[in-house]
Design a binder for this molecule. Structure first.
Ligand code: ADP
Ligand code: ZN
Length: 362
């Protein structure tokens, strides 16, 4: 079993990478003497993971759990579903000592985390990520929430889980487009903080593209270490944690302008290409590093150009409405070298437009 810790003082918690038996044993230990609500979605349930978890928990003599199976998809990531989770918790008899467990990707994980942050003013919560994206990103770090009609993740709370446990076998049923989505965030960690990791990815695109489970176990571990380190230093994003938004400023804008038909990972890949292009134009980054990043993204079948018929003005306008941009100015995370980034405020919008122009499809 492979364990690391997110160091947050008394809110520290372990991340465990193992198999279902190991995860269930850890989980049963945490849950012992308490009741639990496991929240999952229909696809995860249909892939057999809920049943495997329930069996493994029963083998560890833990049976005081209820399950809620939600419809999949971001369109259900709203307060109505959060209320459904909370009301199911009431009818299942969950009390202040009870625990909510998310067996899911980021969508259900974010909502279950939020429900646990506010249910009876806050109960404990455990993440069992089932997507690559959730494993390397959303399950670690304590950001929870739901969308409003006005925008994504506009309601939420910081609420750290007690445990993150990944059964590597759950990833085997993940559709290809979903794991490619997660790969953009994997490349992101290399670019923002770890040049060695970046070169490991470059040398192993074959294993990445065949979704080799042993290789992925090491990759996921390194991503979690990176995220844990950043979160430990800045839990509530007052400073350095913002580097995790690399690729996400332009990324969120193109995602939104596509009405969320563009998968998040593809949007982030485009966002990283845009940030690197701008950094080169600002003489902050050597073009060879931009080339390295983009070659890697392309080798992983991720896009580096804007979607067909993109409108640069609309992208910049949408960036202004991002909740992370204040005072009418745009802030972006820009690379300065392979494995290093800087948060840059008051981005020159003419230069940004010129950089985006170069990413238009011919
Ligand atoms: P993310 O983690 O990327 O934010 P979601 O929670 O929306 O995303 O999950 C992406 C999609 O993959 C959803 O349709 C979800 O039901 C499905 N899914 C999640 N985990 C698995 C899995 N292990 N096997 C098969 N499908 C899965
Ligand atoms: Zn992301």
């Amino acid at each position: 079993m492979n364990t690391l810790t997110v160091e947050l003082g008394e809110r520290s918690y372990p991340i465990v990478l193992g198999d279902m038996r190991e995860c269930a044993a850890m989980l049963a230990e945490k849950l012992s003497g308490r009741s639990a609500l496991i929240v999952t979605d229909e696809n995860v349930e249909q892939a057999g993971h809920l049943e495997r978890l329930q069996q493994a928990l029963a083998e560890n003599d833990f049976t005081d759990f209820h399950a809620l199976i939600l419809p999949p998809g971001e369109e259900h990531k709203n307060l109505v579903t959060v209320e459904q989770i909370a009301r199911t918790a009431v009818s299942a008899g969950l009390n202040r000592r009870s625990v909510m467990v998310a067996l899911s990707g980021g969508v259900v994980g974010d909502m279950t985390g939020f429900a646990s942050a506010v249910y009876m003013r806050g109960i404990e919560f455990i993440q069992l990520p089932t997507t690559l994206l959730a494993a390397v990103d959303s399950s670690v770090g304590g950001k929870t929430g739901a969308d409003l009609p006005e925008g994504k993740n506009l309601i939420g709370a910081f609420h750290q889980p007690q445990l993150v446990a990944l059964d590597m076998a759950v990833l085997a049923t993940l559709p290809e487009c979903e794991w490619r989505n997660g790969l953009a965030e994997v490349v992101k960690y290399g670019m923002i903080m770890d040049e060695k990791f970046l070169s490991l990815l470059e040398k192993n695109t074959g294993k990445l593209n065949s979704f080799d489970p042993d290789f992925y176990c090491g990759i996921i571990r390194r991503c979690c270490e990176c995220k844990a380190e950043v979160v430990a230093g800045d839990e509530c994003e007052k400073g350095r944690r913002a580097i995790l938004n690399y690729g996400h400023t332009v990324g969120h804008a193109v995602e939104k302008l596509s009405n969320f038909t563009l998968p998040h990972g593809q949007a982030v890949a485009i966002g990283m290409a845009a940030a690197a292009r701008l950094a080169v134009k600002m003489n902050m980054l050597n073009a060879a590093v931009e080339e390295r990043q983009n070659q890697l993204l392309k080798a992983l079948k991720l896009p580096t150009l804007l979607p067909q018929a993109s409108n640069i003005n609309s992208i910049i306008q949408t960036m202004h409405s991002d909740k992370k941009n204040s005072n009418n100015s745009i802030t972006m995370v820009l690379p300065t070298a392979a494995g290093a980034v800087e948060v840059v405020r008051n981005i020159d919008e003419k230069l940004l437009a010129a950089a985006l122009e170069e990413l238009l499809q011919p």
